[in-house]
Ligand binder design. Structure first.
Ligand SMILES: *Cc1c(COP(=O)(O)O)cnc(C)c1O
Length: 400
């Protein structure tokens, strides 16, 4: 992470092609656009790259989750299961569509624990959202099997793992659909942007119309179709400049990942000296995008000691149990039910009755894992000097 490190002539060339037409919008203006359709091309390239049938570009990874949930028919009265270690966007989208998020434990993949998932499924569960956090895969095949046995669709939140694979198959193609983010810190970026991939043509058509105010996309996509509308929608349209960025960044994704993999393996080697250290479980090592390096100590005490040495040497690692954006017990606004709506929605029903109450202590196994895990973001252009500094600090920490 992140793709802005390699912003260069390729991105500028794609963007200039849009600026030369002056048409910044993905739909209409056929006469003026000189056949430049960057968002459409980006969708085709992205679907091809992932080996998916269809791709729908949107304005953000959060919008991608929302549009996918809408197309899966999720709404009020439904429960959606996700994991307690994710970015807040995953459950913001669930609440925004009117459903109630239910959180599972993570295991040492740092992703959804399939055993805990089984205990969280109820007759209200309408979707399961495993997240491929920190660049690497959830136990997605097991999760899809459990979900299928209950006839529940799986939406893969692949925001942090574009380009990740299991046995060559792209993350985002195991479930009913997969969503991606191209925001400022993601492995490939379009500034702001998102994508949904699926093999289900009907779902794709519904997403395409929903994200564009419900416009009938009989001729889809590229031009406006009939005047009718089949359902209400919203506006989550990506603009041409983002599509242009996406085309150039996608072409670089595999090379970004291989640079990260090289840097990560250096860090991993240095960290191996820490007594009792374990590495995050990777379902398929070869398909890791290596945007992060996560290593686990035997206890939270040891973890603290190690990180003190790293910090003293100017290379402190992230402990996600202290980070307020990614781990369930730290989401105070979720626990308090803080909302701008004067009715208290989505935490309260009209009339004031609580729809849901979240107890910060219900994920003890995740809390244990997080309290002894340290994480380094791995960037594409790490200098030799920086890498040597980090490796030296890890070796010192091994003797702490
Ligand atoms: C970044 C991210 C999102 C949201 O993406 P935006 O493009 O920032 O809206 C969703 N889920 C996860 C896991 C993320 O990391």
């Amino acid at each position: 992470m992140p793709g802005f490190e390699v912003f260069g002539d390729e991105e500028k060339k794609e963007i200039m092609e849009v600026l030369e037409t002056g048409i910044l919008f993905r739909y209409e203006f056929g006469a003026q656009r000189n056949d430049v359709y960057k968002v459409l091309q980006f969708e085709k390239n992205f679907a091809n790259y992932c080996g998916a049938g269809f791709a729908q570009a949107v304005t953000s990874g959060t919008a991608a989750l929302k549009v996918a949930l809408a197309a899966l028919g999720v709404g009020p009265g439904d429960e959606v299961i996700t994991q307690g270690f994710t970015f807040v966007a995953t459950w913001e989208a669930i609440l925004d569509i009117g459903a109630i998020p239910v959180f599972t434990e993570v295991d040492e993949t740092l992703n959804m624990d399939p055993l805990d998932l089984k205990t969280k499924i109820t007759d209200k569960t309408r979707c399961i959202i495993p997240v491929h956090m920190l660049g690497a895969m959830a136990r997605i095949e097991e999760i899809v099997e459990i979900a299928s046995s209950h006839n529940i669709p799986v939406l893969e939140d692949t925001a942090q793992a574009a380009g990740g694979r299991i046995n060559g198959q792209h993350l985002g193609t195991f479930g009913q659909c997969g969503t991606f983010s191209f925001d400022s810190v993601k492995t490939m970026t379009t500034g702001e942007g998102g994508m949904i991939i699926t093999n289900d043509e009907k779902m794709w058509r519904n997403m395409s119309e929903y994200h564009d105010h419900g416009h009938d996309h009989v001729i889809n996509p590229g031009g406006r179709g009939g005047e009718g509308r089949s359902f209400i929608g919203f506006n989550y349209r990506m603009m041409e400049l983002q599509g242009a960025m996406g085309i150039a960044q996608l072409a670089k994704l595999d090379s970004m990942i291989s640079a990260q993999r090289e840097h990560k393996s250096r860090l991993r080697k240095a960290a191996s000296a820490i007594p009792g250290v374990k590495f995050r479980t990777l379902v398929d090592e070869a398909g890791d995008t290596a945007t992060f390096f996560a290593f686990m100590m035997q206890s939270s005490d040891q973890c603290e000691k190690v990180n003190t040495v790293l910090a003293d040497n100017g290379v402190a690692a992230i402990n996600f149990s202290e980070n307020t954006w990614h781990f369930y017990p730290s989401w105070e606004h979720l626990h308090k039910g803080s909302t701008l709506a004067s009715s208290g929605y989505p935490f309260k029903e009209p009339g004031g009755k609580r729809r849901v109450v979240y107890d910060p202590d219900v994920l003890p196994r995740s809390a244990d894992i997080m309290s002894r895990t340290l994480v380094y973001p791995v960037s594409i252009k790490m200098s030799e000097e920086q890498l040597q500094k980090m490796c030296a600090a890890l070796e010192l920490a091994a003797n702490a």
